[in-house]
Design a protein around this ligand. Structure first.
Ligand code: HEC
Length: 125
């Protein structure tokens, strides 16, 4: 009897875990934003942009969560319909915000190349 019931209960358990996993993923999926592009898949320009972000933005913005630091978290910034201000997350609007600042956010002077790389990085978030 034991030799039958053990595999059977194991199989049941596997099904239960699989179901629970699917359910958890479905529930999480309702609330969570699209995932950021993993670091190991970054292109050279995205990796350079990440450095520009570290040097100029990271003290005020978390890149991988929407939780605020001194400014709003920027997870999925370019995949959402509107940025916290309500403006669409277009490259033009982001460039404007970065180069000229916005309310409590200071202007960040960047070269064209730095800005280009930074925008590429922001699209990975
Ligand atoms: C000294 C802190 C600080 C730094 C440095 C900073 N920000 Fe901000 N950022 C803020 C604050 C505060 C806001 C919210 C402004 C507001 O009230 O609309 C903001 C807002 C934003 C927004 C949202 C704009 C909108 O329309 O809602 C983006 C995108 C952004 N910052 C990107 C960046 C990037 C990229 C950098 C680096 C080049 C950067 N920030 C550097 C503080 C900062």
């Amino acid at each position: 009897m034991r030799s039958f019931s053990l595999p059977a209960s194991l199989a049941l358990c596997t099904v239960a875990i699989a179901l629970a996993g699917t359910l958890a993923a479905a529930i999480a999926g309702c609330r969570s934003l699209p995932a950021s592009k993993p670091r190991e898949l970054w292109t050279a320009e995205e990796a350079r942009g990440a450095q520009v972000f570290q040097q100029n933005c990271a003290r005020c913005h978390y890149p991988t969560t929407t939780r605020g630091l001194r400014g709003p978290g920027l997870q999925a910034l370019t995949k959402i319909k509107a940025m916290p201000s309500g403006a669409p997350p277009t490259d033009e609007r982001m460039t404007q915000t970065i180069l000229h600042g916005r309310l409590m956010m200071p202007a960040t002077p960047l070269s064209d190349a730095q800005l280009h790389d930074l925008l590429a990085y922001l699209h990975t978030l």
